[in-house]
Write a protein that binds this ligand. Structure first.
Ligand SMILES: *[C@@H]1O[C@H](CO)[C@@H](O)[C@H](O)[C@H]1NC(C)=O
Ligand SMILES: *[C@@H]1O[C@H](CO)[C@@H](O)[C@H](O)[C@H]1NC(C)=O
Ligand SMILES: *[C@@H]1O[C@H](CO)[C@@H](O)[C@H](O)[C@H]1NC(C)=O
Length: 138
């Protein structure tokens, strides 16, 4: 009886976490949902438009079986954008190579969101234009 109640409230939590916001960490409580910590990019990261970077995350607590279809999306100011940076990789590898898009407005409020069994968001980091990378302080 109590177990049923717990299971259904966990289920409701999972549903609300999914529908409320893809960057919510609420789903962390459910045992079979894995929300890996993103190591890079982080608050000290600066990406230059058009350059290649690795998005990396901690795989130390990865479950044995992970569903397919992982992807990395770009977020700005805490909101998911339409830009998919990578998809179709194995979450267990812990990194994926991405190209910083060159059609975005430079800013310091970008993040990446890692989708797989759950969604997890990186800290906000900076994207600079390629001109800024040559002429710092522009
Ligand atoms: C932050 O990201 C950079 C790469 O952008 C990486 O070299 C560095 O190790 C990361 N810092 C931490 C604390 O993980
Ligand atoms: C990304 O990580 C892989 C594996 O560690 C490495 O071989 C590759 O050179 C890295 N790429 C970049 C752009 O740092
Ligand atoms: C992982 O998946 C394999 C193949 O589907 C299955 O045989 C195995 O029992 C699963 N392991 C866990 C811990 O769920």
């Amino acid at each position: 009886m109590q177990f049923t109640l717990l299971a259904s409230s966990l289920m409701a939590l999972a549903v609300s976490a999914v529908s409320a916001s893809p960057v919510s960490n609420g789903a962390r409580m459910i045992l079979d949902v894995w929300s890996p910590t993103i190591i890079s990019p982080n608050a000290s990261t600066v990406w230059t438009e058009g350059q290649q970077y690795n998005v990396t995350w901690d795989t130390s607590n990865a479950p044995v079986n992970i569903s397919n279809g992982a992807s990395v999306r770009l977020g700005q100011d805490g909101v998911l954008t339409d830009t998919t940076l990578a998809s179709g990789f194995d979450l267990r590898q812990g990194w994926v190579s991405v190209t910083c898009p060159s059609n975005v407005v430079p800013g310091d409020d970008y993040s990446v969101i890692l989708f797989g069994d759950s969604g997890n968001q990186s800290p906000q980091f900076t994207i600079q234009s390629s001109l800024e990378s040559i002429l710092p302080g522009l």
